[in-house]
Design a protein around this ligand. Structure first.
Ligand code: FDA
Length: 393
């Protein structure tokens, strides 16, 4: 092996956070090496948002992030905001639009975001090394040495930006956690998030509704999201379910309000105004037919409203407002958009992302125990945390 090449900073992982960190540091005059085992940078950016990359959200606020320390993300999110990233996108002439709920997407393609980050890296003279596994990382005399392929490099700063283990078939690994542990940092137990939930037992009958979607309010514990839910051949998905999955814990029920716009008492009111109708008919008017039929079958209420006791109608209303599912699990890291948990924020500076006990070691992006809502929040964390470390290394 030849003599190690010296750099000011080595960044491991050329995803969203690593690319951001690299160009910020490079453009500050640092000599930066960015290493990734993939043959291509930013693979998750390329597939994100259905190929159009939901690159940020207009509604970024720290309370839309989950972490053992809910305050940790505040500093980075405040110092590099969604508006800063939008300004960068605008400088590159990338057209974008708001789809829904503040979610910003490229009009064209996610490739434009990757091209933009690569152009910025080039402007910062960042050296990018792709396609070789990282074989070893050591630390001595205030210097980190990284060995990959047949090469070695050293630097006083090392940034862990290798993401989380969601979607392993795209090259995602738990490497960040292994490396963090090696340097004595704690890791909050990782679990899949923004992930479909699976149903078993008597609830398998809902799997027959595979493909049916409806706007609902989904709740786990005290948290609730109003968006679409989708029945799948394995259980439940769609934005409302993906969002709630981040808050859901094994053994906990998920309650779905199938008619979140109906005021309490709507069925007894309907009995007065349309006594000859049935619950099945009313559900059919409000929901996709297959879903309406399944719910009506379960409620076993086929008499006309005029012949149904108010008490039964009130029970049906309550059931429809909080239909309780008991998911038996999630579809796991194979289908999870992100990972909750990761390198403990207790061990990191929220200003710089540097490890408190290991000078020169930094962690950014999904590798860290900060996880955003669905809708551009996770990329914004990658940009903001990457920027914070990029200013410091
Ligand atoms: P990221 O995973 O992007 O990058 C990590 C890099 O490290 C990768 O390039 C990987 O190859 C490399 N690496 C891993 N292990 C390594 C090893 N052992 N050695 C060397 N390199 C290694 N978010 C959002 O805000 N809007 C969206 O539209 C979407 N859409 C979306 C769709 C899908 C299908 C997924 C799976 C995820 C999303 N996300 C998203 C989430 C978003 O992709 C995610 O939060 C960011 O990519 C995280 O950025 P990082 O840079 O931290 O990790």
């Amino acid at each position: 092996m030849s003599t190690p090449t010296p750099y000011d900073a080595i960044i491991l992982g050329a995803g969203a956070a690593g690319l951001m960190c690299a160009f910020i540091a490079g453009q500050r005059g640092r000599r930066v090496l960015l290493i990734d085992h993939a043959e291509q940078v930013g693979k998750k950016i390329l597939i994100s948002g259905g190929g159009r990359c939901n690159f940020t959200n207009l509604g970024i606020t720290p309370d839309r992030y989950l972490s053992a320390n809910p305050h940790f993300a505040k500093s980075a999110l405040r110092r590099y905001t969604q508006h800063d990233f939008i300004a960068l996108v605008d400088r590159h002439g990338i057209a974008w639009h708001e789809k829904t709920l503040g979610q910003l997407f490229c009009d064209g393609s996610a490739k434009q975001i990757v091209a933009m980050l690569l152009a910025e890296c080039e402007a910062g003279d960042v050296e990018i090394a792709l396609g070789h596994a990282i074989r070893d990382v050591t630390h001595s005399d205030a210097s980190y040495t990284v060995t990959w392929g047949e090469r070695q490099a050293t630097a006083p700063a090392l940034v862990i930006a290798t993401g989380g283990p969601s979607i392993p078939k795209m090259g995602a690994t738990g490497f960040a956690y292994d490396l963090a542990r090696k340097f004595g940092l704690k890791v909050v137990e990782p679990r899949p998030a923004l992930v479909p939930l699976t149903l078993g037992g008597d609830e398998v009958l809902f799997r027959e509704l595979s493909g049916v979607a409806a706007p609902v309010a989904a709740r786990a514990g005290k948290t609730s999201f109003r968006e679409a839910a989708l029945f799948t051949h394995r259980g439940l998905s769609g934005p409302a379910i993906l969002q709630i999955s981040s808050y859901w814990r094994h053994g906990q029920p998920v309650a779905i309000d199938f008619l979140p716009d109906r005021a309490p008492g709507w069925l007894t009111e309907a009995k007065r105004t349309a006594p000859r109708t049935t619950v099945r008919k009313l559900l059919g008017d409000a929901l996709p037919n297959r879903l309406a039929d399944t719910l009506a079958d379960q409620l076993a209420l086929d008499t006309e409203l005029a012949n149904t006791a108010d008490k039964r109608l009130a029970e049906a209303e309550r059931a429809l407002a909080a239909w309780t599912f008991h998911p038996n699990g999630t579809e796991g890291f194979a289908k999870a958009e992100v990972t909750i948990g990761g390198i403990s924020t207790a061990d990191l500076s929220s200003q710089t992302m540097e490890a408190r006990t290991v000078p020169g070691l930094y962690a950014i992006g999904e590798a860290v125990d900060v996880t955003g809502w669905l809708g551009g929040y996770n990329f914004q964390w990658a940009w903001s945390s990457g920027w914070a470390a990029g200013q410091a290394i």
